[in-house]
Ligand binder design. Structure first.
Ligand code: ZN
Length: 154
């Protein structure tokens, strides 16, 4: 349910349930909003049988493909299936970027996007490539350098 349709070509960007909730941290520019508490609560619900595995293991094919291709290993086993290491996938959204988001392939690529003149919103998602568990890890804002520092006239 989380991020199943976020950033996929040809589809509208869908705000996941967790993203739609009130953030834990003030949305000031540069603040990082962590979703770990919500994620852990969700995993607990699955373990206690209060939530169906199918409800949390529904990563879209493209998200799983991104996790396999450019996802960064997190050094943590999937809390649902315990079969595969979780992978982190990052999506960057902003003006003049693809409406389906940009998926940076390296840290340098991400840093470059974070330093854009135009503001961006960045989402980090964890994905299990085995059972398709997925959840938003954190969200932050970056870029907007051009708005903060007026260009120096030559
Ligand atoms: Zn899994």
């Amino acid at each position: 349910m989380y991020f199943r349709r976020l950033g996929l070509p040809g589809q509208k960007t869908v705000v996941s349930h967790s993203m739609a909730r009130r953030p834990l941290v003030d949305l000031a520019h540069g603040a990082i909003i962590e979703y770990r508490v919500m994620r852990n609560a969700l995993v607990r619900q699955v373990r206690e049988g209060r939530k169906m595995v199918e409800e949390v293991c529904d990563a879209h094919y493209d998200l799983v493909r991104a996790a396999k291709g450019v996802g960064r290993p997190m050094g943590e086993l999937c809390p649902v299936c315990n079969e595969a290491e979780l992978r982190q996938v990052v999506y960057v959204f902003g003006e003049k970027l693809s409406p389906s988001g940009v998926c940076p392939v390296s840290k340098a690529d991400l840093r470059r996007l974070e330093r854009r003149e135009l503001p961006v919103t960045i989402y980090a998602v964890e994905v299990c490539t085995s059972c398709r568990f997925n959840h938003l890890l954190r969200k932050w804002h970056a870029g907007g350098v051009g708005e903060q520092r007026p260009k120096v006239a030559k």
